[in-house]
Design a protein around this ligand. Structure first.
Ligand SMILES: Nc1nc2c(c(=O)[nH]1)N[C@H]1C(S)=C(S)[C@@H](COP(=O)(O)O)O[C@H]1N2
Ligand SMILES: [Mo]
Length: 199
């Protein structure tokens, strides 16, 4: 009996430990988009790494599918206060996409089909912390959740995980993206509750 109780408690604490301040758990997967879902057929899709105006790397869909992929299980946290634990994805590590790219840039502006942007420190995209994901829950990523492919950067609030990703642009300055220009935090660490500028 004592052991059962203890096991139950430790599971509860384990879940609480994984919930950043001010967040609640949900089993659903809400859709949050600032505009309409862009239609991007796979045969018209490409993904680029750019520096200034220069395209450093570019992959068509078939080329991207041929890259080494990883299965990813992560917790995700939306600034509107919902969190989901153990979400499953498949995608390519940004480390692999930026391998051999030589740059002095310290920041990245992620750009999406449809015009959405979000700013990130380059180092936050490296060392196994970010992916370009094209499957969720064993299925092709649905268009409303960012398909054909989206950025997945689970250690930051989910607005940083740009849906319908088109390019990662290496930049020298941390210029704000779409939500950051409208008052959201430039970095967005859920564990420090960096929801808005000044948090
Ligand atoms: N291109 C694009 N990416 C986006 C958004 C968007 O409006 N456009 N919304 C962001 C926000 S605010 C959140 S919370 C998540 C939501 O992802 P979901 O709709 O798959 O839950 O996507 C982020 N990525
Ligand atoms: Mo969001």
């Amino acid at each position: 009996m004592v052991n059962v109780t203890r096991g139950f408690r430790s599971r509860r604490f384990a879940t609480d430990d994984r919930l950043p301040p001010g967040q609640y758990l949900t089993d659903g997967f809400p859709v949050l988009s600032a505009g309409p879902t862009p239609a991007v057929p796979q045969d018209e899709w490409s993904f680029m790494v750019r520096n200034g105006g220069q395209v450093l790397r570019s992959w068509a869909w078939d080329e991207f599918m041929a890259l080494d992929a990883q299965d990813i299980t992560v917790d995700i946290h939306c600034v509107t206060r919902w969190s989901r634990l153990d979400t499953t994805w498949r995608g390519v590590a940004v480390d692999d996409l930026l391998a051999d790219v030589d740059t002095a840039a310290e920041y990245v502006l992620a750009r999406s089909y449809g015009g959405y942007t979000t700013n990130l420190p380059l180092e936050d995209l490296l060392d196994g912390k970010a992916w370009i994901a094209y499957e969720h829950d064993g299925e092709d990523l649905p268009p409303e959740h960012g398909g054909p492919a989206r950025l997945l950067i689970p250690h930051l609030y989910l607005w940083k995980s740009a849906k319908w990703i088109k390019s990662l642009d290496l930049v020298e300055d941390d210029d704000p993206g779409f939500w950051e220009t409208l008052g959201y935090h430039d970095y967005g660490d859920p564990w420090r509750e960096q929801r808005y500028q000044g948090d």
